[in-house]
Write a protein that binds this ligand. Structure first.
Ligand SMILES: *Cc1c(COP(=O)(O)O)cnc(C)c1O
Length: 426
């Protein structure tokens, strides 16, 4: 029997007959039809990654709560909800997104250090699964809002396991000096205190140690710390939330653990422990399934450096600037064999020196008008886009079942100006 390919190994985009394709559709076709810059997602890649999480957890009670902040497009949330996914939200706005997309509020986990009373009220009214509480003040406010609404609030405590995970400092969250989570002693004390609030139900414990983590070890270390804390709690919580954070291979030759390699050791530690596992994957689920398409505008040399100026800017994809992130860049038309690669800076039109996608990147010659795909842009891409320089944000297209559909139209200048009012001078 031929070995079945693991479901997560479906590449979202691949060269066929010399051109880059999303399933049966050439990216050049999409760029012509919808314009550039353009985000393109491949549904089958998301579904396969979701399937890999499910497969790795077979037999272990669990709920996958996709992190809305990684990519909140309604069409994607709707399809994830249909697969049975729950959602990890970090704001009242994200709760609205989940509800619009037909997501089940009973599968929603609310994370974040700064929940407001209004956000708590909305989440209580919706009947979400769990509030992940990160401070004593937050627990007190939740108790008050739940009492006022006469609704039970299930909560879990987010513990800061003080575990260092090798990642960019801006996306590391699990150290004591970070703003996230509760220290161990505080968490235990708070769990005890919660028994005194009649509308609160202590139901979970959680950690999330950062993002783009490529070594499975810190997850295991964090879980061990959490399990030690659980032993000190007055009652055993049902939900054990291990957050998100699994990284992907952004660079050529970089290795990321498979979803199974990440989950199997955690599962082993939890075997027979009786928890229902919660997971909050964002990047691993969504990033590899998306590209940002951009067209080359000009080439120029300055001070001995070679610049390739493209029509997308760092307002469309800010990760290279914000996190020193590396994104592979592929020409939509496969370079001829033997084409000499030369180092170039791939930059956008925005008036900022920080407006770049790559520096000293060895690329084959790219002529003005050629299309480029910036890979792994399906998470923390569109959601971080802005209108800086009065640039309308790109459109988003979903390729699913061999069809391409517009899931967000390109913004217009009217969209940008709609909220502004001119005032007459006195
Ligand atoms: C951002 C975030 C996630 C998702 O993280 P990824 O690294 O994208 O998997 C999950 N849980 C919480 C609490 C988060 O803040």
């Amino acid at each position: 029997m031929p070995q079945k390919k693991k479901p997560e190994e479906i590449p979202a985009f691949a060269y066929r007959r010399g051109s880059l394709y999303a399933g049966p559709i050439a990216l050049e076709t999409l760029a012509r039809r919808f314009g550039t810059p353009l985000y393109v997602y491949r549904w089958e890649a998301i579904a396969a990654a979701y399937g890999a999480y499910e497969a790795a957890l077979a037999g272990q009670p669990h709920l996958i709560c996709a992190a809305v902040k990684a990519n909140g497009n309604l069409a994607l949330l709707q399809r994830l909800a249909r697969l049975g996914s729950g959602f990890d939200i970090v704001s009242g706005g994200e709760l609205q997104r989940v509800r619009r997309a037909g997501g089940d509020p009973g599968k929603v986990v609310f994370s974040g250090v700064g929940k407001t009373a209004a956000e708590m009220d909305a989440a209580l009214a919706a009947g979400i699964l769990l509030f992940n509480v990160e401070s004593e003040g937050e627990l007190e406010l939740l108790a008050a809002r739940a009492a006022a609404a006469r609704r039970r609030a299930r909560f879990g405590l987010r513990v800061n396991p003080n575990i260092a995970a090798a990642t960019h400092p801006h996306i590391s969250t699990g150290l004591r000096r970070h703003k996230f989570g509760l220290e161990t002693a505080a968490a235990v004390a708070l769990y005890r205190r919660a028994a005194g609030f009649s509308w609160l139900e202590a139901a979970g414990i959680s950690f999330h140690i950062g993002s783009q983590i490529l070594d499975p070890e810190p997850f295991g270390a964090a879980l061990d710390r959490i399990l030690k804390i659980v032993d000190k709690l007055p009652a055993r919580p049902r939900w054990l939330d291990i957050g998100g954070g699994l990284g992907i291979a952004y660079r050529e030759g970089e290795r990321a653990p498979s979803i199974a390699a990440y989950l199997t050791p955690l599962r082993r530690r939890l075997a027979g422990a009786g928890f229902t596992l919660l997971l909050e994957p964002g990047r691993r689920l969504l990033a590899p399934a998306g590209v940002l398409l951009t067209r080359a505008l000009y080439r120029k040399r300055n001070g001995g450096r070679e610049f390739l100026i493209v029509d997308a800017g760092h307002n469309d994809l800010i990760r290279p600037v914000l996190y020193d992130a590396y994104h592979r860049i592929l020409p939509a038309r496969r370079p001829k064999p033997g084409a000499r690669a030369r180092p170039v800076d791939v930059v956008g039109p925005v008036c900022e020196t920080a407006d770049f996608f790559a520096r000293d990147r060895r690329l084959p010659p790219v002529a003005p008008g050629e299309l480029l795909a910036i890979l792994d842009a399906g998470a923390y891409g569109y959601v971080l886009a802005s209108n800086y320089n009065a640039r309308p944000r790109p459109a988003e297209v979903l390729v699913a079942g061999g069809r391409a559909r517009l899931i967000r139209r390109r913004e217009t200048i009217d969209d940008l100006l709609r909220l502004e009012r001119q005032v007459r001078s006195a």
